[in-house]
Design a protein around this ligand. Sequence first.
Ligand code: ADP
Ligand code: MG
Length: 918
Amino acid sequence: MTESTPTAPGRYPSDWDFDVLLRDGTAARLRPIRPEDAPGLADLVSRMSRQSIYHRFFRVKKELEPAELERFTVLDYRDRMAFVIETDGRLAGVGRYERDDPGGDAAEVAFSVADEYQGKGVATRILEYLTAYARLHGISAFEAFVLADNHAMIRVFRGAGFTMSRQLDDGVFLIEFPTQESDQTRAASEEHEKRAAAASMTPLLYPTSVAVIGASRDAGSIGGRLLANLLRGDFTGPVYAVNPRATVVRSMPAYASVLDVPNRVDLAIIVVPARYVMDAVSQCAEKGVKGVVVISSGFSETGPDGRAREEELLQLVRAHGMRMIGPNCMGVVNTDPAVRLDAQFGPVVARRGNVAMSSQSGALGIAILDHATRMNIGLSSFVSVGNKADVSGNDLLLYWEDDPATDVILLYLESFGNPRRFARIARRIGKKKPIVAVKSGRSAAGARAAGSHTGSLASLDVAVDALFRQAGVVRTDTLAELFDVTAVLANQPLPAGRRVAIVSNAGGPAILAVDTLEAHRLQVVEFSAALQDELRSHLSIDASVRNPVDMIAAAGPDDYRTCLDIVLESDEVDAVLAIFIPTSAQGIDEIAGAIAETGRRHHGSKTFLTVYMDSAGAPGEVFEDIPVYLFPEQAAMALARAVEHAEWVAKPTGHQVAFADADPRRAGKLVAAALARSRGESVWLEPDMVEEILGCFGIAVPRSGTVMSEDDAVALAATFPGPAVVKVLSPTALHKSDVGGVALDVVGEDALRHAYRTVLAAVPDPTGALVQEFIPGGHEVLIGITQDPNFGRLVVFGMGGVYVELIRDVAFRIHPLTDLDAEEMLGDVRSAKLLEGYRGGDPGDVKALIETLLRVSAMVEALPELVEMDLNPVKVRLPGEGVCVVDARMRVEPVSATGAPEPTLRTKRGISAPAVET
Ligand code: ADP
Ligand code: MG
């Protein structure tokens, strides 16, 4: 065991202060240890059993000596580091590392967890953060000495996904593992994240008892309506009414405070005016309530004061390990017969079904519930998240991921707190259950002043599209579309392909459907002769049988049944659309019945949708689980979305590629040095530095150097095998060639001297020149990074050169890119076809280009300070010749808590821990 001497305390890394979830779903605080923790640490050790102490210290001891306490709590936060997890005002556990020798890249780790917190993932959570911290501080390997019978600790290391080597030595294992992230450690931490988040939702969605705080006697008030809904819904556990001004509410005894309730309360719904909410929640904490739903408004939605109140509320909830929905929400619904929880104040009773839904807007939530119910869309659960102070869309996604009652997830979003985390989670879940979202703000795109080509190309909506697309989220433009698409996804199998059959009793609506389908590249295929013959044998001679099948107005229930049977059984199509326009009042119900019954009989074989063009709407009880639309375009659009989603599901996700030759540490040091020179101000890096950083990631640049005189320019160019390029350096010239500041293909000393003088004369403030090797030929493309205020950094690719803003043929992606993302980016840019050697043009080294995109993504991952970059142009040379970045600009900005694992919970702790709230 390394037992080092006390260190001078380092600067406390206060930005590494997070709220985390333990395995059982309780929230706790994870933060670096500090000297004042000495009494807490002593208390922690006093709560450890003899065996736990022996496992940790390899000897029996009762308590820590003052010197030990000091050594464990006074750290330099570099060579010696420790995190604690604190809950209910006490330390639950501590994990530390000590570097083997100064400047070395290995460290020893050890954990102490209070006995009552063992098995709750305390060590696992600390290990996750400790590893990230160590990695950022140049430690590449951890080692731990573990007694052979310390199974719990061995499980922690193994569960964290670390590949380890062990050596048995006197009953002691030496466990060694790299601090580098791997697919295994990532998968392990995602699994922990999912389990903990799902567990923390249990008291909110499966409470065994509910208290309504603010249960009003006024049946028309929000509290009164909510209580009435709970009772009407027949909640399976006891409901307690809390109302200090009444002894009876709706024939139930009312309690003055939740503390007076004689039994245990799992969930409290809070419907009191904002100024009483803190007290109500405090009492819930005291009562041991696990979850609260705060319906009350008057928080962050009202302005800075409200924001402060909400923050206080969140801290209170966190301090007691509770979870909170809201504030400013309309409540929760869980239709599972095991609970029948209808804790919302709207008038609608949700139908039981397989769609889970979360809404950010409260009022809209009521409308959504209503509409879903009218569309025959049944719900598994519904959560109105309101201000999302604590429980976020991401928490719910993690819960619904493994919820057996949920097949489709609907989201109404107004904002994203942590888009990257959303993308990561959604991408995984979307492969199993479709996520359909309507995100308001399509038109919010605004031109922003930017210092790069890349920046001026981006807009908010581009980012949302990129995010949804990468994550496989089905994005709809309108709420109406949200339900149209959901009706198919919830009730029908995903289409196996793009081929569609249409069976109609009128030509017009069929043609409208065809137009919309084809606009989305679906195929209304012409049927084979055999299939046409078969259809014709059952229809009148006026009918058309090629597809669309127009059975003409006289078609009756039998015609529908027969024709639909034929196309549903045929292997020439993947989806079938039945269209019916009532042409007379007679036989309508029979036809509707025939269509629905046929669809039901073939359920699962093909995607089946219907259009019922009657302004009175389709008879809901007839269609039930068969998607039915008023207009053909609606059905066609819904089907198109389903097809696109099916294709996304079938597509492999790809891999994040690691580059062994990259040197992110050196790049990080270069950036840190530049920021130190700029005194923490955002700064564009010098060309030499830019090239060096690109070099750290194996991105090719031409030979080049910065010169201050003509003679130096000549001397440098003389070392190149071929012609040179001379570019002016100036703090003001953004686009050098625009002002005549670039001289290309310069050969010979005289020409070089002339070029040097010319480019310097082109600007008022030259600071020197960049002399580069001239790279002839090749296609010019742009690769960039831009910072979106809501989404963080995006990677951009487009055909480059000086026309990029004009042509705007570009693709955006959220990092990190997988190999397939990179390939797709090329596919999305229409002019990238030129790289294939279009019409006799030279082809380009596409393989090297894709690799460069991935190297840029690795650079983005490694350098959180890199907020803006323009590689324009990158020259894509002939296949096999690679690519070369001939012009590059980078802007860096200080950030904190960089490289920390993404916090599971939205947190306002620390100085600038990333806000997380989606
Ligand atoms: P700016 O973008 O500031 O105008 P660049 O350095 O991109 O300046 O140069 C302008 C154009 O000159 C590039 O788009 C490219 O076509 C060409 N160019 C620049 N550097 C080289 C080089 N080293 N080899 C070949 N062509 C180059
Ligand atoms: Mg350029």
